[in-house]
Ligand binder design. Structure first.
Ligand code: HEM
Length: 504
């Protein structure tokens, strides 16, 4: 028998590759064939990839939840659920589910932030070192650091946007989708490093962070959701070659340079604690190395800026669009100010005592959950039983927040509507349950958002202080605003007009 010709080698290789592709596709389809979902998703990544890429992820997840029930197959190996008990069980501190490889899609540099530690024991050790700082127990000064940035936000709005007194004064459109993110990035850089990036002062995205994130978000979603692409793009070699670098002149690279420099100074300087800076006040003291701290701080800018901005701008916009809610909140604020229950600026503790403000914030978070990406956890090797379906080991299970937050069974027949009153009308037990369910937007248990307390503090204080200083109206109601759901939200043209308020 002679040696095979090149054509024969190519033909055999092609046959083997096609055979492998068909066998693995059939095998993948077969494993989870009993779980309902779109047909395309059962054997390919086209459905999930298109959802994140197209900007329609929120609508598509909500639709499949309504159509197929609590457990839906959205990829060959991916399942999502809108059952709150299942989400809590999977993420609880007792659960043996690790994080799935989806989280590798947030590795921007060599080394891991807490978010990309997939294995529970390693992750929990890291979380223990950062928990005192993030929770605010050792960093009570964070509240006044947030106050500083609220004052800067108010200064910017007054300087650039507020119509001057007079019936025919010029209106300068205030785009909430541009200004609010500047505020949250300044807050997070200030509390992480002790120095804000300065977006509010300059009234622009000085590090071009949002501009770059918005530009890559559609593709980033596909990369994170499709395992074989993710493995290539987020391999060590690709991160080293194509990831952000401290020599970049904008975006993550520039932020990395600024972060590394500030953290280095904090580690080189004295060991005096500082109760308004996470890195110095807490992380360093609890044993995070300088490199770990640099990675954690950089991740914080991604985790804590866009998400909190999204919550604030959507809550404010829906509130402005709902005069009954807007007026009721203003009335509650006025009473609190007049009766001396609201300092200037309001403290987080005082804000928590205002029931309508709490209802508005919960409703804002519910109506458009900030992060709708997969956040999948991996079923342990023995498999699991989820809502009556056996799910084999290795399957990725994530929350279906769009469907959960719009559940009529959990939030009432008018769940599609922004109506904060739902939280006040309910009896205590139902209200607590509704709030627990909305809280799932921050994850749960072992993996729960480390910055949740900081986010609530920012939201409470900022909404109150903005409405104390200003009144807002939608610039042109027939236009509304544009939004795209790529795991996180990209908003454009959220134009409002601001005037001085008489609540002061
Ligand atoms: C409305 C605002 C926010 C929302 C909706 C939000 C949501 C989330 C979610 C869904 C996760 C992942 C949960 C999981 O893996 O299951 C997470 C993790 C995380 N978030 Fe937030 N977040 C917000 C604000 C913040 C802020 C302000 C910070 C920083 C100060 C922050 C820091 C983190 C960190 C460090 C993690 C990783 C936690 C871990 O691995 O255990 N987040 N967040």
């Amino acid at each position: 028998m002679g040696i095979l010709s090149l054509e024969q080698v190519l033909a055999i290789s092609t046959c083997l590759a096609v055979g492998y592709f068909i066998t693995s596709t059939v095998y993948q389809w077969h494993r989870l064939r009993h779980i309902p979902g779109p047909f395309l998703a059962s054997f390919s990544y086209l459905w999930i990839g298109y959802s994140g890429y197209s900007g329609k992820q929120f609508a598509r997840y909500k639709d499949v939840g309504e159509k197929y029930g609590p457990v839906v197959r959205v990829g060959p190996n991916e399942v999502i659920t809108d059952d709150p008990e299942t989400i809590r069980r999977i993420s609880s501190t007792k659960s043996t589910y690790p994080r799935s490889g989806w989280y590798d899609g947030a590795r921007f540099q060599q080394g891991d932030a807490m978010f990309t530690l997939l294995e529970p024991v390693k992750h929990d050790k890291h979380k223990a070192k950062t928990a005192h700082g993030y929770s605010g127990r050792e960093t009570p000064g964070i509240e006044s650091a947030v106050d500083e940035q609220i004052a800067n936000l108010i200064k910017l709005i007054r300087r650039e946007y507020v119509a001057k007194p007079g019936a025919r004064s010029k209106v300068v459109p205030l785009d909430l989708s541009k200004v609010i993110p500047l505020f949250t990035l300044d807050v997070i850089s200030r509390i992480a490093l002790g120095k804000e990036f300065g977006g509010l002062e300059a009234n622009r995205d000085v590090v071009r962070f949002y501009e770059i994130v918005e530009a890559i978000l559609p593709e980033l979603n596909v990369v994170a959701d499709v395992p074989w692409i993710r493995r290539i793009v987020f391999s060590d070699i690709c991160i080293r070659l194509f990831g952000p670098k401290t020599t970049d002149r904008s975006g993550m690279g520039l932020m990395m340079k600024m972060t590394n420099e500030e953290v280095r100074k904090k580690y080189a300087g004295d060991n005096k604690e500082s109760n308004d800076i996470l890195v110095k006040g807490s992380f360093r003291r609890h044993g995070l190395t300088q490199t770990e701290c640099q990675i954690e701080a950089l991740f914080m800018f991604v985790a804590g800026s866009e998400t909190t901005a999204s919550a604030l701008k959507i809550t404010l916009f829906y509130l402005i669009a709902t005069p009954t809610a807007y007026n009721r909140l203003k009335a509650e604020m006025r009473t609190a100010i007049e009766s001396g229950r609201a300092s200037s600026p309001i403290t987080a503790a005082e804000a928590k005592e205002l029931p309508y403000l709490q209802a508005v914030l919960y409703e804002g978070i519910r109506i458009r959950p900030m992060a709708t990406a997969t956040f999948g956890k991996e079923v342990p090797p023995d498999g699991d039983n989820i809502n009556g379906h056996f799910v084999p080991g290795g399957t990725t299970v994530g929350p279906n927040l769009p469907s959960l937050m719009y559940s009529k069974a959990l939030f009432g027949e008018d769940a599609d509507m922004f109506r904060p009153e739902r939280f006040l009308e309910a009896d205590q037990a139902t209200r607590t349950e509704m709030q627990r369910n909305v809280d799932l937007v921050f994850g749960y248990g072992r993996w729960m958002c480390a910055g949740k307390n900081i986010a609530w503090l920012e939201l409470n204080k900022t909404l109150f202080e903005l409405l104390r200083q200003f009144d807002f109206r939608i610039l042109d109601p027939k236009v509304g605003f544009k939004c795209f759901s790529h795991g996180a939200w990209v908003d454009h043209d959220m134009f409002v007009a601001a005037t001085e308020s008489d609540s002061k």
